[in-house]
Design a protein around this ligand. Sequence first.
Ligand SMILES: Nc1ncnc2c1ncn2[C@@H]1O[C@H](COP(=O)(O)OP(=O)(O)OP(=O)(O)O)[C@@H](O)[C@H]1O
Ligand SMILES: [Mg+2]
Length: 223
Amino acid sequence: MILRVENISKHYRIAGVKKQILGGIDFTLDGGRICSITGTSGCGKTTLLNVIAGITSPDSGTVTVNNRRMIYVLDVLASRLRNREIGFIFQTFRLLNDETVISNVLLPARIRGRLGRETRERAAEMLERLRIYRFRKMKTAVLSGGQKQRVAIARALVNRPSLILADEPTANLDKKTAREIFDILIDLKKEGRAVLIVTHDDYMHGLSDKVYIMENGRLKVAR
Ligand SMILES: Nc1ncnc2c1ncn2[C@@H]1O[C@H](COP(=O)(O)OP(=O)(O)OP(=O)(O)O)[C@@H](O)[C@H]1O
Ligand SMILES: [Mg+2]
């Protein structure tokens, strides 16, 4: 089992009013599986991914990735676990706009101290597959939304993470490019990785091993 999420709760105080976002989330995800989550805007999907990635600390509950428990109090530990085990495709990309495409993609490998030839070749292959190789020396600031999206995907995969978190990774893409992204996710599954994807795309739900709907801070199995 790659991911275990146990009893995760999280509230935010919005304009002084306490709002429960996650109300006891429990699920597990094995390697070689794709699980998708859907749910109305603002229901807490991104919050859940941020908790899993160690970016947001929950009020209670635990997250375990590859038998390592996410520690929220020491950012350096959360960052290290995230860097080694998790590839996060952020809804808002979170690219370094003043850096080139290739430097963005290689950043997680640089942090990990693995900038060897193999990594660079893998990054180049990924950029080719995502059809953004020709932009590799351009600053990401000048790219379109869909191009940025694909840079974010390449960056998330460069360290060959065992768990991939994808937050609406095809929201900015046309249908054909979206299908290509889904194909990449299927390949990751075939390689034994675990993929957790937030998406509203029915085609992707059809490819997923399990589909959850998030409602009132909980996950309900939809399929
Ligand atoms: N840092 C924060 N401080 C206060 N409230 C927050 C914070 N982050 C998120 N929220 C609130 O928590 C709720 C859930 O947000 P979240 O981004 O997880 O939703 P979502 O399901 O990903 O929505 P979308 O489909 O629009 O991306 C929203 O009401 C949002 O305003
Ligand atoms: Mg979101």
